[in-house]
Every structure is written in structure tokens, then in C-alpha cells.
Design a protein around this ligand. Structure first.
Ligand code: SF4
Length: 72
């Protein structure tokens, strides 16, 4: 893993409505489950990609995507 890979996406599964934008826009970060709901893969991203990650998170119509910093 990249030493600067400090950020990960999260999906609030209580909010996700299965629009599928996340895995269409960022197939390296999200996949579809068996019924079309987004799932996060475990890829971490460097902090320099925060802005692009924010754009992807904002593209979710339900606001279900957040970004968390990996600690420790
Ligand atoms: S774009 Fe949002 S609502 Fe649609 S599948 Fe992804 S997380 Fe769920």
C-alpha cells in the first residue's frame, strides 16, 4: 500500500438506495453487490486525491458516501 494512502470511502448502507453512480464513476473504489447497491472495496487513497474523492462522494444522490481518514 502507498505510504500516503490515508483515506477510504465509506457507504452508509441504511441510506444507499442503489443508484449505482459510485461504481460507475469510480470502479476502482466501488463495486455493485448482487442487487445493485454500492459496496466499497478496501482500497485506500493518498490525501492528495481528497478533492477527487469529494467529487465522487458528492455525486451520490442519497449522500450515502463519506470519506474517512485511516488512523494508526
Ligand atoms: S451512488 Fe450512493 S445511493 Fe447509489 S449505489 Fe452508490 S452509495 Fe448507493
Amino acid at each position: 500500500m502507498n505510504d500516503d494512502a490515508r483515506l477510504r470511502f465509506s457507504i452508509d448502507t441504511d441510506i444507499c438506495a442503489g443508484h449505482g453512480r459510485c461504481f460507475v464513476l469510480a470502479p476502482d473504489a466501488f463495486v455493485s453487490d448482487d442487487v445493485g447497491y454500492g459496496q466499497v472495496n478496501e482500497r485506500a487513497f493518498p490525501s492528495g486525491e481528497r478533492r477527487a474523492m469529494d467529487d465522487i462522494a458528492f455525486s451520490c444522490p442519497e449522500g450515502a458516501i463519506s470519506i474517512r481518514e485511516i488512523t494508526g
